[in-house]
Write a protein that binds this ligand. Structure first.
Ligand SMILES: N[C@@H](Cc1ccc(O)cc1)C(=O)O
Length: 427
């Protein structure tokens, strides 16, 4: 399968300019996607264009990731019902730095490779272009009629809200980016979400009218959920790629909880697994859907790609907690930082090291740590067989808890019932 055939199979091609497939077969081609610094992190909606750049690079072509320092100052009106709020320059600078650092993680920038990825920022070429120069040299090649006819801005032009000249000029700025990269980086391809088609075509038009040759493009469909609700949101809002905004555990859960129908599509779009592998995962999934084989594999692949293998393993451990099947040995093998991550959602308690050194009976231990409000309640749980320490069931109320129960020098894990864990830290 060539790149475009593969992307078609993955459901990642919406519109394509004629000749794009031939160009990609003919020679190593430089292609770009732009990301505006509208927030201090990318979110999973941006993951599709990132995947496009990744696929491009895997197929031997050269990806350019553009950070929109200039376009971010203007605001893309494409398919937006209202004028955007302008971000102040300090916020934009901060956002640019964050997004750049994220993009650097996902592509291969190794300069020794002929198709090494490169990062560019359109502020670098726009900062020196004067307004007069721009309207004479760029604006003159594109008619207002042409700009107004775009689907992406039609509603705004026909509606009551209107659109500022600032946002209206956005497509010329993005168009000029393509023209600039065409000349400076021999870039022949622009990709993006389907909402970007209008802006991209303004670019190829500008290249043509300013005497350039052919430039190519394709867009990918916007990701939708099968039930029609919006993709990429949880109850808490956006699913961010930044671990401090959406923890790897929450990220993993997002994918784990999707429907069979969505998982079948998303495993194609959001992983690099090939056709054979995906077919066999789906076949295995269909043998027993209750095992969530498909969702698990999807969640594992995407979490490992975004957060790395280690964070994935921690997220899976935390998930095991929810299902009451954590292995204590696995937990013991973790660093302190990682124990805290896995246990982030678990009830916490403390006990003094001195008490443990002396040794206390299990019921006193349960009340001193405030795991139970009274010895009577702790006893009841113990007698019902629902109390465990370090995953061993406690059967005798005479049991003495002392320092020998500590693992990693400071922890004791208590469970009330099957799934209610308490992590006790000795201080
Ligand atoms: N307009 C794009 C971002 C972008 C910016 C500049 C470009 O040259 C290309 C793309 C978006 O909103 O997603």
């Amino acid at each position: 399968m060539n790149l475009i055939e593969e992307l078609r199979w993955r459901g990642m091609v919406q519109d394509m300019m004629p000749g794009t497939e031939e160009q990609l077969q003919k020679e190593m081609t430089t292609g770009y996607v732009g990301f505006d610094p509208t927030a201090d992190s990318l979110h999973i909606g941006n993951l599709v264009p990132i995947m496009l750049l990744k696929h491009l690079q895997r197929a031997g072509h050269k990806p350019l990731a553009l950070v929109g320092g200039a376009t971010g100052m203007v605001g893309d009106p494409s398919f937006k019902a209202e004028e955007r709020k302008m971000l102040d320059e300090e916020t934009l600078q901060h956002n640019q730095r964050c997004i750049k650092a994220q993009l650097e993680k996902y592509l291969d920038f190794d300069p020794a490779k002929p198709n090494a990825a490169e990062m560019v920022n359109n502020y670098d070429w726009f900062k020196n272009i004067s307004f007069l120069h721009f309207i004479r040299d760029v604006g003159k090649h594109i008619t207002v009629n042409y700009m107004m006819a775009k689907d992406s801005v039609k509603k705004r032009i026909e509606g009551d809200n209107g659109m500022s000249f600032t946002e209206f000029s956005y497509q010329l700025i993005q168009g000029y980016d393509y023209y600039h990269l065409y000349n400076e980086k021999n870039c022949r391809l622009q990709m993006g979400g389907s909402d970007q088609w209008g802006n991209i075509v303004t670019g190829t038009e500008m290249i043509r009218r300013k005497g350039g040759g052919e430039a190519f493009a394709f867009t990918c469909p916007l990701v939708k959920k099968a039930d029609g609700t919006k993709f990429g949101k949880s109850e808490k809002g956006n699913i961010w790629l930044d671990a401090s905004k959406t923890t790897p555990y929450e990220f993993y859960q997002f994918w784990l909880r999707c429907t069979d129908e969505d998982a079948e599509q998303w495993i194609k779009t959001f992983t690099f697994l090939d056709q054979n592998e995906i077919s066999s995962i789906i076949a295995e999934h269909n043998l027993d859907k209750g095992k969530y084989t498909l969702q698990k594999r999807l969640a594992q692949e995407v979490t490992a790609f975004i957060h790395g293998q280690q964070e994935l393993e921690l997220a899976m451990m935390t998930t095991d907690f929810l299902f009451g099947k954590l292995s204590l040995d696995a937990l013991k093998s973790l660093s302190d930082v990682d124990v805290k991550k896995v246990m982030a959602g678990v009830q916490q308690a403390t006990i003094t090291k001195a008490e443990l050194a002396a040794g206390i009976d299990v019921l006193t231990f349960m009340t001193n740590t405030q795991i139970f409000p009274s010895k009577g309640e702790a006893r009841k749980m113990l007698q019902n067989g629902g109390l465990s320490i370090n995953t061993e069931k406690v059967t005798a109320q005479e049991l003495v808890v002392d320092s020998s129960f500590l693992w990693n020098d400071k922890y004791i894990l208590v469970a009330k019932g099957k799934k209610n864990y308490v992590l006790v830290t000795a201080e």
